[in-house]
Design a binder for this molecule. Structure first.
Ligand code: BYC
Length: 469
């Protein structure tokens, strides 16, 4: 179905023929825009940004590029095309026709998951509210804004489901999505990572690499959902998510590239010398990586979870790429889980969060391999490493356990003494912040990051991606 851009709310769900839903969403739209003005990118409302906008939902050419002022971005409702006679692919309802409405008995479970997913989208925009002011280049500034407008659209995706399928409860939840704020002590965002500040660009790149990747896995598992409108909206969201992770992977890669250049120039890997030369030493990069990776691991929930078991059993949330598995009901299967008290065997359904976390970790390794290849090619023996999945956990059976990045259980005192070596210290953060000076001349790059290999949409890297007024 093609996207109708002539309407107030662009959509491919034939909104014009559902007057009640259209009115409800048109009522929410000005609230969203007020939220965007207050919580979205600070100070850039009147600038022209070279953005891509969805024009169709199929794999080919869904994007059109052009200058847009962010408040005029055409946020709307885009679902991937339906799959004829789609069947539920997992759990107790495996093989039954997918639902076009939410089954009454599963309403509150579905609502809880949609609200949690929806909550992360505006949260990330809030976290990045001030970043534009310290951009390392116009290329990066544009990428930040592209990510921000798409997160805004992902909020629309969840709000559509809440309004369209959950009646008054859904409308109230949609209001709440704009009322909670990242880091707000009275009314914070639901999940931990989304209340962490992102006040420097190294954090932004780590966030888009590690936290957006949680988004990829959660969306993939919701794309399997028995509730077809949820599955279809997540399928389309995944196409946008890929660019966010690209920004993260290439962003971290460019920081490393610049560090390696400075190491070569100076003939040393001494962190103090590298810092004095305005680049980020690899030890600091590793600490930032440790922080965002471990925080993102918590986003998968507890290792043993009755919520996860019931979501799987009820056809709400499958495993990412459910097709890859041979057995989709998982009523008998078990999973051996490492806990601080030793290995315990639990039902596979109860361990679904852990299954997803393991798949996520494997996917995270791919970027690490590429970054380490860069370091190796430059002739250095150093390497970056994902810490153990039991290190610095706040959720699940390892929460608060004094485990080091290699996975070794320490005594609390030793752990406390070494923690500063493993995570960004106040002075690391102050140093990284000191590098965050705004660079907005086309083609110019801040000194702590290498230029990108190529520009956007086949344009050169020195293109004026944001026209500042
Ligand atoms: N922080 O059985 P449990 C994205 C809560 S990212 C705080 O362990 P469950 C994006 C949990 O809510 C993807 N609380 O876990 C990325 C529950 O609370 P209630 C976002 C946490 O329920 C970048 C309690 O602990 N999408 O899209 O199996 C930029 C016990 O729960 C945390 C989703 O998350 C935490 N880290 O799984 C923009 C998908 N972890 O309900 C966007 C939807 C757990 O008892 N969400 N808790 O009060 C879900 O599927 C599940 O809610 C979770 C948790 C996977 C998050």
């Amino acid at each position: 179905m093609s996207i109708n851009y002539n309407e107030k709310i662009p959509n491919n769900v034939d909104l014009a023929n559902d007057r009640k839903l259209q009115r409800a969403l048109e009522h929410w739209q000005p609230r969203f825009l007020t939220w965007w003005q207050e919580q979205g990118p600070r100070d850039f409302s009147s600038d022209d940004v070279y953005l891509r906008t969805a024009v169709g939902v199929d794999a080919q050419g869904w994007a059109s590029y052009g200058y847009v002022k962010m408040p005029d971005y055409r946020w709307g409702i885009f679902l991937a095309d339906p799959i004829a006679d789609r069947k539920i692919g997992f759990g107790d309802h495996c093989g039954e026709p997918a639902w076009q409405q939410v089954p009454g008995e599963l309403r509150s479970q579905f609502r809880r998951i949609i609200v949690t997913q929806g909550d992360t989208e505006p949260a990330s925009v809030e976290q990045q509210h001030l970043l534009g002011l310290t951009c390392p280049s116009l290329y990066d500034l544009r990428n930040l804004f592209q990510v921000n407008v798409e997160e805004g659209r992902h909020l629309w995706a969840m709000v559509y489901l809440l309004h369209g399928y959950f009646g008054r409860d859904g409308r109230e939840e949609a209001e709440e999505l704009l009322a909670r704020h990242s880091g707000d002590s009275d009314n914070p965002r639901i999940l931990g990572t989304f209340n962490e500040p992102i006040s420097d660009w190294l954090s932004f790149f780590m966030f888009t690499y590690f936290t957006d990747r949680d988004g990829k896995f959660q969306l993939k598992s919701l794309a399997e959902s028995g509730f077809d409108p949820l599955a279809r909206t997540c399928r389309f969201m995944l196409t946008e998510e890929a660019h966010h992770m690209f920004v993260g992977e290439t962003g971290v890669g460019r920081v490393i590239k610049r560090t390696l250049q400075v190491m070569k120039e100076l003939g040393t890997d001494d962190p103090a010398a590298i810092r004095a030369h305005g680049a980020v030493d690899l030890t600091t990069i590793q600490r930032y990586l440790n922080f965002w990776f471990t925080s993102s691991l918590d986003l998968f929930g507890s290792e043993v979870s009755s919520n996860a078991a019931s979501s799987f059993a009820n056809g709400i949330k499958g495993r990412p790429d459910e097709d890859r598995y041979e057995e989709h009901v998982c009523a008998e299967a078990t999973y051996d889980l490492d806990t601080p008290d030793g290995t315990v065997t639990v039902t596979l359904r109860n361990a679904m969060n852990e299954v997803m976390r393991d798949a996520y970790i494997k996917d995270c390794e791919i970027g690490l391999k590429r970054w380490n290849m860069q370091i190796k090619r430059a002739g250095y023996a150093a390497f970056l490493k994902l810490p153990s999945k039991h290190f610095r956990r706040s959720i699940g059976s390892w929460a608060g356990m004094p485990v080091d990045p290699d996975g070794k259980l320490l005594n609390q005192q030793d752990y406390n003494m070494q923690l500063a070596d493993w995570l960004p210290s106040e002075s690391d953060r102050a140093f990284v912040h000191s590098l965050m000076q705004r660079v907005v001349e086309p083609g110019k790059m801040a000194g702590w990051i290498a230029p990108p290999d190529r520009g956007i949409n086949n344009l050169p890297a020195d293109y004026e991606y944001v026209r500042l007024h």
